[in-house]
Design a protein around this ligand. Structure first.
Ligand SMILES: [Zn+2]
Length: 236
């Protein structure tokens, strides 16, 4: 019996060590110099361990500046806003374009910007070319930074949204090279090429954003995709 408890104790310690290590990478607290993963690069489409590599940018402005390079993304560092009442900015940037598509935003975290850069360049643009025969020229967004709680979900009522730290973006539409506009609201329903484009790029976003919500999630998201790099994991 004593052996059993000794084994149980050891197994618990191993499990605890595993969970702690996972959490350290998940929350981006492992400095790049101690990480077994190579730093994120925007030069490569498919990378192993892209999630912890993105998370490593969270607390590292120097690494952020090294990663967010043109022509993949046009980004400028902006000053931090100290956290107060669940809202604030840390290691954030102002952005103008991603993967050849205009997408201006005043404030977003470095981690979010890097995820967007990979998604636009290596998913949105190739899928647009394949299904619509042309590239995306610009992307419309409905907001990044907003000091507010999660809306439209009773379970998370009273909890700060990832928008409160500029770690989320709401994307509402796409303008193609020929000027054609595709909105999430009108384009999502049905089986047209536009609908297939929207559904495919939304599905592929799950690879880069931990939370990726669209019109199928709930009525609050009927007109936009919500992407964030927070601690939760949902793809719908
Ligand atoms: Zn949102």
């Amino acid at each position: 019996m004593r052996d059993f408890f000794r084994l149980l104790g050891r197994l618990t310690l191993v499990a605890l060590a595993f969970v702690t290590t996972f959490a350290a990478f998940w929350f981006g607290v492992v400095p790049q110099r101690l990480s077994p993963f190579s730093p994120l690069t925007l030069d490569q489409p498919a990378q192993w361990f892209v999630d912890p590599k993105l998370a490593a940018l969270r607390r590292d402005p120097v690494l952020c500046q090294a990663v967010l390079k043109s022509p993949h993304v046009f980004a400028t560092a902006i000053p931090d806003i100290p956290r107060e009442n669940g809202c604030g900015l840390r290691n954030a940037v102002r952005v103008g374009a991603f993967g050849g598509a205009r997408l201006p935003a005043d404030k977003m975290t470095c981690e979010l910007a890097a995820a967007l850069a990979l998604w636009v360049e290596y998913e949105v643009q190739p899928v647009a070319q394949e299904l619509l025969g042309q590239r995306v020229q610009s992307i419309s967004q409905m907001g990044t930074y907003s000091c507010r709680n999660i809306v439209g979900n009773a379970f998370w009522k009273g909890v700060r949204s990832q928008h409160a730290t500029a770690n989320a973006i709401d994307i509402s539409g796409f303008t193609l090279a020929d000027g054609r506009q595709i909105s999430v609201l009108k384009g999502w329903p049905g089986t047209s090429a536009e609908a297939r484009f929207l559904r495919e790029i939304h599905k592929r976003a799950c690879h880069y954003f931990r939370v990726s919500l669209g019109p199928d999630f709930n009525a609050s998201h009927k007109d936009h995709f919500h992407f964030d790099r927070g601690p939760l994991w949902t793809c719908k």
